[in-house]
Design a protein around this ligand. Structure first.
Ligand SMILES: [Ca+2]
Ligand SMILES: [Ca+2]
Length: 462
């Protein structure tokens, strides 16, 4: 990765291909920075280059943990009581499945071997109910399984549970109200499933539910507010899908959400703070480092910081622990399996109110002044912990006051919920707003290092 200047323009060579995306930058100073960066890039013409404009930075950060002991792909991963369990998969250069179970402790950054699964399986899926990890489906070298295997970390022991109705490779699972839902997958022999089947540990039985509108395998599932979101995957032709379909267990019905920007299969999907993160996978252009975030509240997608290492489809697995995502397993484009633990701390989506008390939020790009923006606190987020120095709205920084040592931010309860919010005054002269824009993005960082992002509507006036 190459960093250029302090302008916030960052350049990264992408091994896996991609398009050259750039934002229109309004201000002269930023244009100069852009062209300076461009001339440097000409030297790097051999690489495929992706531009990330300033407001696309700080969409989460990636770090690396200790390598896992066993290289494999097609495993499942789930967290129980702050420990990530990686189960099953297939070793490098082999189509056979393994029963290997290894546990990663983020507090100590160490791995421990655990009791093996009763049935070795790859391209399986996992969910956690009441401290028990359920590993469902998958298969061996030569056929799909309908096994359900339950792991109790407190006793380091496995139990076989009643098999699910449909054997399949590459389904995805989510848990709602202590029920494990398993959707999609493939037979490995020319059938792709739309099936949704649900396991209830209290009755120890399976129920067949309404099928997904779109049959697919190697999809990802995440749960927000009791709704399952089934994302991406592949159809029978092996074509990568951008499909987002949402299942409401209360009504046993499916609906359609906004498609994922990058169609892919073999991705992993996890939820942090009500936002789904779709990570990695692949499509016809190869393995992807892509990370995209879906916010069900707005039915919209946002690009996040890419993974450092591409991991191929049929391969990677992840689960969050304390607001941080741990990604394990996977296969590199050269077919080497990945040992590395990649750790993603996503940007926190927060509520903002541009021009508090005013709507529409009209912005006059011709005027030189400030616009107030409120960063709202919630039950889980204290806006007063946001560092004013880090705050930008549409690229504009917070105005300095006094002798230039203080930021024009104040703590006020702007929405009357009894919790103090942060109100900052941002320099409009620094705005990087494209003509016709109808929203503006705020970015920042808390004193504790958590990246935040908020978005509100704007109406540009002349
Ligand atoms: Ca407003
Ligand atoms: Ca408030």
């Amino acid at each position: 990765m190459v960093h250029i200047g302090k302008s916030g323009l960052r350049v990264r060579s992408a091994l896996t291909g991609g398009t050259c995306a750039m934002h229109t930058i309004r201000r002269d100073a930023n244009e100069r920075r852009f062209w300076r960066a461009s001339s440097l890039l000409a030297v790097l013409a051999a690489s495929v280059i992706v531009f990330l404009a300033r407001d696309a930075i700080a969409q989460g950060t990636w770090t690396t943990g200790t390598d896992s002991p066993t290289a494999r792909r097609g495993e499942a991963a789930a967290a129980v009581n702050g420990i990530l369990y990686a189960v099953g998969g297939a070793p490098p250069g082999s189509t056979s499945s393994v029963a290997t179970v290894e546990a990663y402790d983020p507090m100590t950054d160490t791995w421990t071997s655990k009791a093996s699964m009763p049935v070795a399986s790859q391209q399986l899926t996992a969910g956690v109910i009441n401290g028990i990890l359920y590993a469902a489906a998958g298969g061996g070298c030569c056929g799909a399984f309908n096994t359900l295997q339950a792991y109790d970390p407190t006793t380091d022991s496995w139990t076989l549970k009643p098999s699910m109705p449909t054997p399949r490779y590459g389904p995805a699972a989510g848990v709602v109200n202590d029920i494990l839902y398993v959707a999609g997958g493939g037979s490995g022999f020319g059938t792709i499933f739309a099936n949704l089947e649900a396991f209830d540990p209290t009755t120890n039985g399976w129920t067949t539910k309404a099928p997904m509108p779109t049959g697919r395998s190697h999809l990802g599932i995440g749960v927000v507010n009791g709704i399952l979101y089934a994302i991406g995957g592949a159809n029978l032709a092996g074509t990568a899908l951008a499909t987002v379909e949402a299942y409401d267990p209360a009504t046993n019905t499916w609906s359609t959400g906004a498609s994922m920007p990058t169609a892919r299969l073999g991705l992993t999907v996890d939820v942090i703070d009500g936002v789904l993160y779709a990570i990695g996978g692949g499509n016809s252009s190869g393995s992807l480092t892509t990370v995209e975030a879906y916010n069900p509240a707005t039915d919209s997608w946002t690009s996040m910081t890419s993974m450092p290492v591409a991991r191929n489809f049929n391969s990677l697995a992840s689960d969050p622990i304390n607001g941080v995502l741990y990604v394990v397993g996977g296969k590199l484009p050269d077919t080497t399996s990945v040992l590395t633990v990649q750790i993603f701390t996503p940007v926190l989506f927060v509520k903002i109110d541009i021009k508090p008390g005013s709507d529409p939020n009209s912005i006059n790009l011709g005027s030189v002044g400030v616009v107030p923006v409120a960063i709202l606190s919630s039950a889980t987020f204290d806006a007063t912990q946001v560092d004013p120095e880090s705050v930008t709205l549409a690229g504009g920084a917070v105005r300095l006051i006094g002798r230039g040592s203080k930021y024009a931010c104040s703590k006020e309860d702007i929405n009357g919920d009894g919790v103090a919010d942060l109100v900052c005054h941002v320099e409009t002269a620094q705005f990087m707003i494209e003509p016709g824009s109808t929203s503006a993005v705020l970015t920042g960082t808390t004193f504790g290092g958590q990246s935040i992002r908020g978005e509100d509507s704007i109406q540009i006036v002349q």
